[in-house]
Design a protein around this ligand. Structure first.
Ligand code: GLN
Length: 296
């Protein structure tokens, strides 16, 4: 199981409704993944002011958001939401902000980094977490949500999706990779470090390595199809790109719907039922091993 939902807004007048629409999708996905849930939000001004570099982390200990920002220093500010904290800065580059966060909190698990990107995730029922995230009030241009029923690693906050291990890139997965331990060893031999034992993180690290090698996202996902065995439907986003791919036998469910106002992807059609204009949307099931991408 595991449920995936994603929404990319094309019509800017829908941006204020991103959270409301995504909350409805996440709720429908809850029964596919009652263990944990997470969201990635691109452009939610509550969490990351426009243009600010942002780093998301699993809240380190009992420190308040202002104490966290004070310890990181400079012109950073922070917001704590449920089990996550989002730190942002108007001047630091994303990589420099990440370095500053790591220096101040060496033990913290960093769950996202990007411009105007916030990643919130945790253990618990998806509906409860959506309330804690106040997801209904979120705004933005792109959002993804995942509900987890763990297959490959323990139910922990760092094992929850999305996995965002590269600037602006977020990945959610339904399925299980059969050869993830082998690929993890290969990536470790190249110096790549992991935050969890989760197989989906191996997929995210592999995609990041392909992007670092100069491939675009479409090619990175084609290479993933060649290298990974097992079952997968993946949704990968960058804030500007929305990409979907399934394994060779399309074992895990996936459906896409698009209108002039939005493109959405879900594990089941019913997650779309409340989206405006769904009656006239183009709806289809992605083909096996075909990489679909949409640009904003
Ligand atoms: N049920 C799933 O699709 C699980 C996804 C992934 N294998 C995990 O353990 O998180």
């Amino acid at each position: 199981m595991c449920g995936i939902a994603g929404l990319q807004v094309r019509d800017p007048s829908l941006e204020p409704r991103l959270g409301e629409l995504l909350t409805g999708m996440l709720h429908q996905a809850a029964e596919r993944g009652p263990d944990s849930a997470g969201v990635a939000l691109y452009g939610d001004a509550r969490l990351t002011p426009p243009g600010h570099s942002a780093v998301s982390l699993l809240a380190p200990g009992d420190a308040s958001a202002s104490e966290i920002a004070a310890r990181i220093g400079g012109d950073t500010a922070a917001v704590t939401v449920s089990q996550s904290t989002v730190v942002h800065s108007p001047t630091l580059a994303v990589a420099d902000l990440e370095k500053a966060v790591r220096a101040a909190f060496p033990q913290a698990v960093i769950t996202g980094r990007g411009t105007g990107l916030a990643v919130l995730k945790g253990v618990g029922h998806p509906d409860v977490l959506a309330e804690e995230f106040d997801l209904r009030a979120a705004t933005g241009r792109q959002g993804i949500a995942h509900t987890r029923m763990a297959t490959e690693s323990a139910v922990t906050p760092e094992g929850a999706h999305p996995f965002s291990v590269d600037e602006n890139v977020c990945l959610v997965h339904n399925g299980s990779f059969a050869n993830h331990a082998t690929i993890r060893r290969e990536l470790r031999a190249e110096g790549i470090e992991f935050d969890s034992e989760n197989d989906s993180e191996v997929g995210a690290r592999f995609v990041a390595a392909q992007l670092a090698a100069g491939h675009d996202l479409e090619k990175a996902l084609k290479l993933l199809c060649e290298r990974f065995d097992g079952f997968y439907t993946l949704l990968v986003t960058t804030g500007d790109t929305f990409a979907v791919v399934r394994d060779a036998i399309a074992c895990k469910p996936a459906v896409v719907a698009e209108t002039d106002a939005w493109v959405a992807m879900a594990s089941e059609y019913r997650y779309f039922a409340h989206l405006p204009g769904i009656e006239s949307a183009r709806v289809f099931e992605p083909e096996p091993e075909e990489v679909y991408t949409w640009q904003r």
